[in-house]
Design a binder for this molecule. Structure first.
Ligand SMILES: [Zn+2]
Length: 238
């Protein structure tokens, strides 16, 4: 699957989860009781950040387009992660990874507070900007320079709206990663969902990734679906 399909499927998964699941699940593991729904601001910010989180598993691939998201810094990080994960579509494409990023985000938000939250928001926005082609392509300074400017501006804006410790952020990061992995399971190669076990889970519906249908049909449908569900979620609130 292409980056933009991952990002848009993450946003759709977030909006569907926000409508279908109780707040106690959306705020796991912090578990915020006593509120019936997430507010409109949290719903919209959550969709943007889940879109970015849906690129995280491909950090195991130094040649992927997201490896160049922050220039040489992210390229080096991806090279190290690729080595540690044992190659592409292994450790970072598993349910264990989903659990690790969920609890990792919770721990960061809980113990480090706002600096961690804003750094993570910046990084997730950078991934979303790159995946949705809001910056020039390639791996040059023009590309990652644009990413840095857009993600920093987005973080600055979000800083006004976001709580210091957004209780739904761990769930959003985990859900984005899960959407990515399930998407990859629909391709020929599948994923080792239960890593470190060797079992490969695959349901090859998408014959060839990177095709015309993915760009002009699937991704736009995901975007329209996300907007429709968000609209429903926001307008149903009293
Ligand atoms: Zn992947």
């Amino acid at each position: 699957m292409l980056g933009h399909s991952h990002a848009t499927s993450g946003a759709l998964a977030w909006s569907a989860a926000a409508v279908a699941l109780p707040v106690t699940v959306l705020t796991y593991p912090a578990v915020q009781a006593g509120v019936a729904h997430l507010g409109p601001v949290d719903l919209v910010l959550g969709a943007l950040l889940t879109a970015g989180a849906a690129l995280l598993p491909d950090a195991d691939h130094p040649n992927s387009s997201i490896a160049h998201v922050l220039g040489p810094v992210s390229y080096l990080a991806c090279t190290i992660i690729s080595k540690a994960a044992g190659g592409h579509r292994k450790a970072t494409h598993s349910l264990a990874f989903v659990a690790a990023v969920t609890y990792g985000t919770w721990a960061g938000v809980h113990w480090l507070g706002k600096p961690f939250t804003l750094a993570l928001v910046f990084f997730l926005l950078a991934l979303a900007v790159r995946a949705l082609h809001l910056c020039p392509g390639g791996d040059g300074a023009r590309s990652w320079g644009t990413v840095v400017v857009l993600a920093a501006s987005g973080t600055f804006v979000m800083d006004h709206w976001l709580a210091d410790k957004p209780s739904w952020l761990p769930f959003a990061v985990g859900l984005g990663s899960l959407a990515h992995i399930l998407g990859d399971c629909l391709t020929d190669r599948g994923c080792r969902l239960f890593w470190p076990l060797d079992t490969r889970v695959r349901l090859p519906i998408i014959e060839r990734t990177g095709n015309f249908v993915e760009t002009w049909v699937i991704s736009p449908l995901f975007v329209v679906g996300t907007l429709a569900v968000l609209w429903y979620a926001i307008t149903r609130q009293p």
